[in-house]
Design a protein around this ligand. Structure first.
Ligand code: PLP
Length: 396
């Protein structure tokens, strides 16, 4: 059956304390009890509508988590202080010392650095795979593998993961499939394709205003309860809690996500087609020429486009720097990392968000120094934006 995440969120009505349409922001770290036995009970298990301490849960974080569970069609969700906070919580909950993870090589540089340089401190080994095909992943499975990890649409090379096939492989081997869906909220619902845990950096499209960092984890009630366990939960014990003021503002922005994704997608598609016409090497899953275009089309939700991110290869480092500086001068947008903002952002991943990946590995995974990644904004007159970019490209 077709799934419409925008309808699922629209149907999620939250009534504030006084019937407020925007519920009150929880401005308390702790909560009072009239009955000390109730407090004791709450230490033992969750009680609906009862709160203890804001690092554990608070009403506004619950409301936003409820809406995110709707977005990702999962039983439950948990908001976190950043996307990295979400990734850490999930990995630390699923893996013990001695366990292994299989991860796509083309992932966000911060995740790569965590996997490559940090997890070894805890005895967790990560095996990277170029091209997350079932065959490649299968070869890396060992009895110690606990997690298969990848991004729905990868950062920055925009490879699309075959989530249904990876999920089948994961289930056959009793492994959890963890998907970072940061590039494709609304567009893809990984849980419906078999993913066990879905992560977002809400810093990006979900919030959409580049005014905070935030993350979330969407999964079964059992998993979300486990990360909140007072004695053994990674969310509770590592403490990557989202501030309640931010939860409130993200919750409001979430309600325009479907419209924003449509517009980001339309603008990105317009540019990708023009770039391709110019003969530039263009990475965009909406193009027929993209190797996983048909795969993505086969499982995406209808009506939200193919995402706002496009990458082009302008040849070398010098040209990529010149192009980005010129585009900023021409007011195309900002030379800045991050994505999902209402204005266009561009950066050169090889020297910024993927710089954690050593040069020889960048070459191996096909990440060129001339790559420029665009996160297209909500420009109304995209033809004028393109005229400006073309003007810059002609002067490289
Ligand atoms: N996942 C992806 C795909 C990202 O692009 C990023 C950040 O750029 C992250 C996770 C990390 O998120 P945050 O910066 O919110 O910690």
């Amino acid at each position: 059956m077709k799934f419409d995440p925008s309808r699922a969120i629209a149907d999620y009505l939250v009534f504030g304390e006084f019937g407020d349409v925007n519920p009150s922001i929880t401005d308390s770290s702790t909560f009072t009890f009239l009955d000390s036995i109730k407090m004791q009970e709450l230490f033992e298990h969750e009680i609906e509508g009862c709160f203890l301490y804001s690092r554990h849960w608070n009403p506004i974080n619950k409301y936003l988590s409820g809406a995110l569970a709707r977005l990702e069609d999962t039983e439950s969700a948990q908001v976190t202080a950043s996307g990295m906070g979400a990734i850490n919580c999930v990995i630390m909950q699923l893996c013990n010392a001695g366990d292994e993870i299989i991860s796509s090589h083309t992932i966000y540089g911060g995740t790569y650095a965590l996997f490559k340089n940090f997890l070894s401190k805890f005895g967790i080994k990560v095996n990277f795979v170029n091209g997350m095909t079932v065959e490649n992943v299968r070869k890396k499975i060992t009895p110690k593998t606990k997690v298969i990890y990848c991004e729905t649409i990868s950062n920055p090379l925009l490879e699309v993961a075959d989530i249904p096939a990876l999920s089948k492989l994961a289930k056959e081997n009793n492994i959890k499939l963890v998907i970072d869906n940061t590039f494709s909220p609304m567009i893809v619902t990984p849980q419906r394709l078999g993913a066990d845990i879905v992560i977002h950096s809400m810093t990006k499209f979900i919030n959409g205003t580049s005014d905070c960092v935030a993350g979330c984890i969407c999964s079964t009630k059992e998993f979300i309860d486990s990360i909140n366990d007072i004695n053994s939960g990674s969310s509770m014990l590592l403490g990557a809690v989202l501030d309640s003021f931010r939860s409130a503002s993200i919750m409001k922005n979430l309600h325009s996500l479907h419209i924003r994704m449509q517009k980001h997608g339309l603008n990105a598609m317009y540019f990708a087609k023009q770039f391709e016409k110019l003969g530039l090497r263009t990475y965009y899953p909406g193009l027929d020429s993209h190797p996983q275009h048909n795969l993505l089309t086969s499982f995406m939700n209808e009506g939200f486009g193919y995402g706002g991110i496009v990458a082009i290869d302008v040849g070398d480092e010098k040209k990529s720097h010149k192009l980005m500086e010129m585009m900023q001068n021409e007011k195309v947008g900002y030379l800045a990392v991050s994505l999902g903002y209402f204005k266009t952002l561009f950066s050169s991943p090889s020297h910024s968000t993927s710089s954690e990946i050593p040069e020889e590995e960048q070459i191996e995974m096909g990440l060129s120094k001339g790559l420029v990644r665009f996160s297209f904004g909500l420009d109304n007159d995209i033809e004028e934006s393109y005229r400006r970019v073309k003007y810059c490209l002609e002067r490289l």
